[in-house]
Design a protein around this ligand. Sequence first.
Ligand code: HEC
Length: 144
Amino acid sequence: MIRTVLAMAVAAVGVTVAIAQSNPVQQRKALMKTNGEQERIVIDMVQAKRPFDLEDAKKALATFAEAGEKALALFPDGSKDGDTAALPAVWENKADFTARFAKLASDSKAAIGAINDLDSLKVQLTEVRQNCIGCHRTYRKRTS
Ligand code: HEC
């Protein structure tokens, strides 16, 4: 009995993993959504809508750095269609798209080392956000 329950639990986990892997569109949207949430926090700091907090600012940048390293794997061939805002250009210019994620990662890591107060966050965030804005301009459908 215990064995059966265990086997079923293991099988269920396997199915969840398989679904997650077969659904890169959802995964990349979730990852980008987290980027957006973290971006909001640091933008609010820069706009004085929220007090500056060095740890939270670094956490946001670490999220961007991680996204820069992990996101590419979530745009495999065959994930062009469906409920996605990614443009076909992603797969047509894969080398450029790849380089942009690498740059997001390296710029975000450099920014983590470079911030120590609100002024330095302002400078670094402007720099890092060029990566988000630039990539969206070319590779993401406009929502408005
Ligand atoms: C190299 C390209 C690239 C970079 C860099 C990039 N994004 Fe994106 N982003 C995309 C693409 C492509 C989509 C559309 C994904 C989809 O719908 O499948 C997207 C979608 C989003 C979304 C919408 C998610 C949703 O709910 O569907 C947000 C928010 C977002 N990005 C925030 C950011 C932020 C913040 C940064 C910078 C820290 C960033 N992105 C950097 C390519 C990029």
